[in-house]
Ligand binder design. Structure first.
Ligand code: NAD
Length: 373
């Protein structure tokens, strides 16, 4: 096993499982670089909150951005600051901690805060950013449950700030092409979706295995990809859910779910078979079948390269830096009045409604749970 894979499995980057990250390294070699492209006249000035594994990946990706720029930090670990300042040229006046975060409202040089903290802190942190009058991107899962997600949407609306979720795949060209083909009717009537997302989680002491910080296990983390994938493959919102958990390691997964299989029933009558795990690798596949055609993405959810085949042949799309594309896409919507990408807080809420129903079904031994939108 290579050392990078060891690192990931030990410290875990969620969907950035080993296979995904190995791909991410390829992406930086293959992706069209936009680093040298002229920067936009007006740039969205971003502060990252929570300087852990994924924030490092976002910061590196943002070096390629044209319209978004990393200018600030929120961290509870002062020892991280010198390295971040040196790597990204962050000024002291744009560095905050969790105690003085509210002062960010008086800083005219920060437009948006990107919350990249453990899942169960998203609700509190998004409410704080909204209260400071800054736009916000929140990592997935949006919150611990749909009630919290609704409160976050309401707080951002009240504060007049934009609220997005870090759904990077909605900017990824292979995924975009799959969605375009489905919307154009190239698959015909969609009849079935089958997908899986997951990886072997490492360090048993990490926050992802603690319910009070993670909100749940595989379902809360990688289950978001299965859920969101089933929704963008059908273009419908599920109306019912059934779910089953297999727990093969009750010691490691005593607090959270390990491997979850779930079925989503859609208004058209079709059923998606979905799954997610924290206990095996090489699980990131998305298969959509229609009456006229099909698509299969594998790998489907990592940092790239994403690969897709369809009834018409391989999806021919560029391999890009997901984080750079996401940040420039959101910056374009905020600064240049482009239509909001399909990654708003409402999109996060729709996935959360499904996740709530999955957990309810698990509590009720797999009973069918109906979703109220
Ligand atoms: P991480 O453990 O590497 O980083 C979390 C950061 O939050 C750390 O810097 C930590 O110091 C900070 N933090 C603040 N308060 C904390 C507290 N009370 N307890 C523990 N840590 C605290 O985790 P990560 O992998 O960077 O994940 C962070 C978020 O990003 C998660 O919500 C995860 O789902 C999401 N994520 C998204 C993607 C993606 O592809 N979109 C990939 C990985 C992670």
């Amino acid at each position: 096993m290579n050392s990078r894979r060891d690192f990931l499995q030990k410290f875990s980057l969620g969907i950035g499982a080993a296979a995904f990250i190995a791909g991410a390294e390829n992406v930086s070699a293959a992706a069209p670089k936009i680093a040298d492209a002229p920067k936009a006249d007006k740039q969205l000035r971003v502060a990252l909150m929570g300087l852990g594994g994924y924030a490092n990946i976002v910061a590196r990706g943002m070096k390629e951005c044209k319209t978004a720029k990393l200018v600030g930090l929120v961290t509870g670990t002062p020892s991280k600051i010198p390295e971040w300042k040196q790597k990204y040229g962050i000024e002291d006046k744009n560095i905050y901690n969790y105690e003085n975060l509210q002062e960010i409202k008086n800083n005219p040089d920060i437009d948006l805060v990107y919350v990249i903290t453990p899942n169960s802190l998203h609700h509190k942190h998004v409410l704080q950013v909204a209260a400071a009058g800054k736009h916000v991107i929140c990592e997935k899962p949006v919150a611990d449950n749909a009630k919290q997600a609704r409160e976050m949407i309401a707080a951002c609306e009240k504060a007049g700030v934009k609220f997005y979720i870090g759904y990077r795949l909605h900017f990824e060209p292979h995924t975009r092409e799959l969605i375009r083909m489905r919307e154009a009717g190239e698959f015909g009537k969609i009849m079935h979706v089958n997908n899986y997302a997951g990886f072997t989680i490492g360090d048993p002491t990490q926050w992802r295995l603690k319910k009070n910080l993670a909100g749940g296990g595989a379902m809360m983390d990688v289950g978001v990809y299965s859920t969101n994938g089933a929704r963008y493959c059908t273009g419908e919102e599920p109306v019912w859910v059934t779910a089953q958990e297999s727990k093969t390691d009750p010691v490691k997964f005593k607090d959270v779910d390990e491997t979850v299989t779930f079925q989503l029933g859609f208004p058209s009558g079709i059923i998606a078979n979905c799954g997610c795990t924290y206990n095996f690798n090489h699980a990131e596949r998305l298969h959509v079948m229609g009456q006229k055609g099909w698509a299969e993405m594998n790998p489907a959810f990592g940092y790239g390269p994403i690969r897709g085949n369809t009834h018409k042949g391989a999806i021919d799309a560029p391999d890009v830096n997901h984080q750079a594309y996401q940040m420039d896409g959101i910056a374009d919507a905020i600064l240049n009045g482009k239509p909001d990408p399909n990654v708003t807080g409402h999109e996060g809420l729709k996935d959360m409604l499904v996740i709530d129903a999955v957990y309810e079904s698990l509590r009720k031994n797999g009973a069918k749970v109906f979703i109220k939108q």
